[in-house]
Design a protein around this ligand. Structure first.
Ligand code: M6R
Length: 614
């Protein structure tokens, strides 16, 4: 949460920072700001409530010239979104400017201590406390800025990615991180800084990713210098990021979310490429193959994840239990990390995270590693914190997901889990060969199947108009499609602000059926699978109580038409891949209802793409 960008070099810093901040808006968008150092060494801060475009208007006609600067787009944690709480924050003397992503948990203690030294605060943020702590150390110990930052950070409890500049120094930025991402882009005699390397891909493909508790001295024209918080130098490792700028643009669609829904055939093709061999149907996941012994000996698999990734993990539970006969538990990372869970050394913990930066999932990974479990990651963002802190893993390779509502990452995660379950099942001898071949073949056909599922778009768009009035929705599914129902409900909630509840279809009778009346639409996933007949009965029960039903059904199935008000036909595939197909109309339904209601689907209120705070 919160996006930070910095620049030092020969270019004008402000345009570079603003462009980067636009790309980082998925991380937070309630206020934005920039600090630039003018050529003579004087510093100015421009910041305001609102989006990066509001900051751009605010900057119009102002002198923001300078070749060094830092900028921030905020997702509020401490203090309401207003001008004063927007970053950058200045120190008491006005000589230091700081941007911060994360939470300083002991900020009250630090603030009270600083008050005894005469410091006062203009904002309610923890970040302003940090910049003043740095200034206090710098003044009292008469040390360099990097030393002051290092000493101050030793006193901080919490998470941070920070960048600091100092009035008068037109060539140097100090940056540091702990539990919040920070990438340094290397140019020709210039440096870029960002929470997400993708945001500055226009300028460089060479990046250094800071590790936890590392501090970087970034100085124009000088080699990058990285040290740990004990002041010991650490190696600088440069990595290439292969990404095209078109992946960061809307490509003719009105919103990133719509683009990302529609590109699922291609993203799944990328996810599967080289991993399901067409000629032999062999599955090649190097992370599993290199750790074959661990998967053969696994006593249990525990998934840890949040939100949409947690829904994907629920499908992973079905896949692995069915194909590998290994008991599986699916845990909310936020609960797991504080529950003192029982973890055995022969457990495998699988962390699922699109961003690879979710604070709770990262903490769950650390806990599992400490307990001696083998930790496997399923991430999208290459080089992300979770990807780097797991023992091994598989990237989903679906490209940058920019819409806050996760769509193509969900289908990528389930696809990787299917390949993993098939491969482990074959290694353990628990999956029947005929079944293995059917699923592997269906994986190869998945891009075409998804293309077919996307043909429902026009019908769903028309249907969405009818339901824009609704204040509540129920989503029902069973078996593999119960998590699909949860995910469909989450999509609707987060972008349309309509309350929605996902349930296993048969659970309705145990209470929630009391909600059914003509005003409560139900979306039921009733595709042809082993629970089809049962789901039909559940639909009948709703119908007979006056509820309106939108059913997602298998192509050519006429039976559900007799009881559902509307049927959306999706193509068939093997049962375990049906969630990938069934979720498509639910993603589209949420999207169209939200756009008809005039919501900002890519940046819904109160949310951020990457939840890097607890
Ligand atoms: O990056 P992650 O997959 O770890 O994020 C977890 C959740 O915050 C995320 O899936 C969230 O629920 C989605 N944006 C919802 O669409």
């Amino acid at each position: 949460m919160c996006g930070i960008v910095g620049y030092v070099g020969e270019r004008q810093a402000c345009p570079v920072i603003i462009k980067g901040l636009h790309r980082l808006e998925y991380r937070g968008y309630d206020s934005a700001g920039v600090a630039v150092m003018h050529p003579g060494g004087g510093m100015d801060v421009f910041k305001c409530k609102g989006k990066v475009s509001d900051l751009e208007h605010f900057l119009e006609g102002k002198d923001s010239a300078g070749t060094i600067g830092i900028g921030h787009t905020r997702w509020a944690t401490h203090g309401v979104p207003n001008d004063a709480n927007a970053h950058p924050h200045l120190s008491r003397s006005g000589k230091l400017a700081l941007i911060h992503n994360g939470i300083i948990e002991n900020f009250r203690v630090l603030r009270d201590a600083l008050r005894t030294h005469g410091f006062t605060f203009r904002s309610s943020t923890d970040s302003e406390v940090l910049v003043n702590l740095i200034e206090y150390v710098r003044e009292s110990e008469k040390c360099s800025l990097e030393e002051a930052v290092r000493v101050a950070l030793k006193q901080v409890v919490g998470a941070y990615a920070i960048a600091v500049i100092e009035e008068g120094n037109t060539s140097r930025i100090i940056a540091a991180r702990k539990s919040s991402p920070m990438a340094i882009g290397l140019g020709d005699g210039e440096y870029f800084l960002s929470s997400d390397a993708a945001s500055i891909i226009d300028y460089t493909q060479d990046f250094v990713y800071l590790n936890d508790e590392e501090l970087a001295v970034i100085e124009k024209g000088k080699p990058l210098h990285i040290m740990n918080l004990d002041g010991k130098d650490t190696p600088v490792s440069i990595q290439k990021l292969n990404l095209s700028i078109s992946q960061l643009e809307k490509g003719g669609f009105d919103h990133f979310m719509l683009k990302e829904i529609h590109e699922q055939p291609e993203t799944l093709e990328d996810c599967i490429r080289g991993r399901v061999i067409p000629e032999t149907l062999e599955i090649v996941l190097s992370g599993v193959i290199e750790n074959k012994e661990k998967f053969l000996a696994a006593r249990r698999i525990i998934f840890v994840a949040c939100g949409t990734s947690w829904h994907a993990a629920l499908i992973g539970e079905h896949l692995i239990e069915n194909m590998c006969r290994i008991p599986v538990e699916v845990e909310y990372a936020s609960e797991f990390r504080y529950r003192n869970p029982v973890i055995f050394p022969d457990d495998i913990v699988i962390a699922v995270s699109q961003s690879g930066e979710t604070a709770d999932t990262l903490a769950a990974v650390e806990l599992a590693r400490k307990a001696g479990a083998f930790v496997y990651g399923i991430c999208n963002v290459v080089g992300s914190s979770i990807a780097r802190s797991t023992d091994s893993g598989t990237y989903i390779h679906v490209g940058p997901e920019i819409g806050v509502a996760s769509t193509k990452a969900f289908t990528g995660q389930v696809t990787v889990m299917t390949m993993l379950a098939l491969l482990v099942g074959r290694l353990r001898g628990t999956v029947e060969e005929g079944y293995y071949h059917r699923v592997a073949q269906a994986l190869l056909e998945l891009p075409a199947t998804m293309r077919e599922a996307l043909k429902t778009a026009d019908q769903v768009a028309a249907l969405a108009k009818t339901f824009t009035y609704a204040h509540n929705f129920i989503y029902l599914g069973r078996g593999y499609n119960y998590p699909t129902a949860l995910e469909g409900a989450l999509k609707l909630k987060e972008i349309s602000y309509i309350h929605a509840e996902g349930l296993p279809a048969a659970e309705m009778k145990h209470g929630s059926i009391a909600l059914i009346d003509a005003e409560m639409p139900t979306v039921a996933i009733a595709t042809l699978d082993r629970t089809y007949e049962k789901t039909l009965s559940n639909i009948e029960e709703i119908k007979s109580r006056g509820g309106k039903i939108i059913a997602v059904v298998s192509k050519g199935d006429d039976l559900v038409r007799h009881c559902a008000d509307y049927c959306i036909e999706v193509p068939s595939t093997v049962e375990c891949l049906m969630p990938l197909v069934s979720i498509v109309p639910l993603q589209l339904l949420a999207y169209y209802i939200a756009t008809y209601k005039g919501r900002n689907v890519d940046q819904p209120r109160n949310l951020a793409k990457s939840v890097t705070v607890e």
